[in-house]
Ligand binder design. Structure first.
Ligand SMILES: [Zn+2]
Length: 264
């Protein structure tokens, strides 16, 4: 088991650099920045930043919000600090539009997210589909909480959510957000297509644990599961090894190396 995971991690490390440039074209690049933070670059060049908490302990680029070249859309699943992260700084610097629920969108504008980049075009709620360049971002249910706190105090953060991202000419990517496994997940492949890449929380305590995530992966018919939201803090101990054991040979587990893009 360990050896398999090590091999997967090594493959994730070497694949992007080993692939010739021509082969990399037409691929969707997903980079994990630790915790629930990812950037996704589509074949058309659209860059999405999801739950951009770049200051987490696993992140190799804690200054990414100040240095990243281009972000077109910032996606935030819910209002907690470890998911909102650097969203406001990213929005100010890159001009990225904000994709989240309406209530959290308003709270983030109050915290300084540029209002012109957080309008009806990209704020929605569960069930909504937002066009984001050559990707469609669908807001799907998550069972969690979503309060947002800043120096002004506490604000309602609306409905927590996950995102199903349909990339044109590319994979269906599902970022679960923070959630337990739900029966609602069974609708995802039926309504939005079989999930190619599931970015799944596995830490437990605040979210589903590895066994829950394995069940969730079966519900969405995931081909590949990329574990996230584990071991950033001692209280979320779930491990990729436990996920792989619970999957019983179903979906493939791919552990991403923080900061190293993987092609899908
Ligand atoms: Zn969280």
């Amino acid at each position: 088991m360990r050896r398999t995971l090590a091999a997967l991690a090594a493959a994730a490390l070497s694949a992007p650099t080993a692939a010739p440039a021509a082969e990399a074209r037409g691929k969707t690049e997903i980079t994990w920045w630790g915790h629930a933070a990812f950037t996704v670059k589509t074949p058309g060049g659209t860059v999405l930043a999801i739950d951009p908490f770049f200051g987490n302990g696993k992140s190799p680029r804690k200054d990414l919000a100040q240095t990243i070249e281009k972000v077109d859309y910032v996606l935030v699943t819910h209002g907690h600090f470890d998911h909102v992260g650097d969203a406001v700084a990213l929005g100010k610097r890159t001009g990225a539009k904000l994709i989240t629920n309406f209530d959290l969108g308003k709270a983030l504008v109050g915290a300084g997210y540029p209002e012109a980049q957080a309008g009806f075009e990209t704020l929605g709620n569960v069930g909504g589909a937002i066009q984001a360049g050559d990707a469609t971002v669908i807001m799907v249910p998550a069972i969690h909480s979503s309060g947002f706190t800043d120096e002004r105090g506490e604000h309602g953060g609306g409905s927590p959510m996950g995102f199903v991202i349909q990339v044109k000419g590319g994979p269906v990517v599902y970022h679960t957000g923070d959630t337990d496994v739900t029966m609602d997940m069974k609708q995802i492949p039926e309504r939005y297509g079989r999930v190619d890449v599931m970015l799944a929380c596995i830490g437990g305590h605040f979210t589903m644990d590895p066994r829950g995530a394995a069940l969730a992966a079966s519900y969405v018919k995931a081909r590949t599961v990329v574990p996230m939201h584990f071991q950033t803090f001692p209280v979320i101990p779930g491990s990729p090894e436990a996920l792989q054991a619970a999957l019983k040979g179903g979906a493939k587990v791919q552990v991403l190396e923080p900061g190293v893009p993987a092609a899908f």
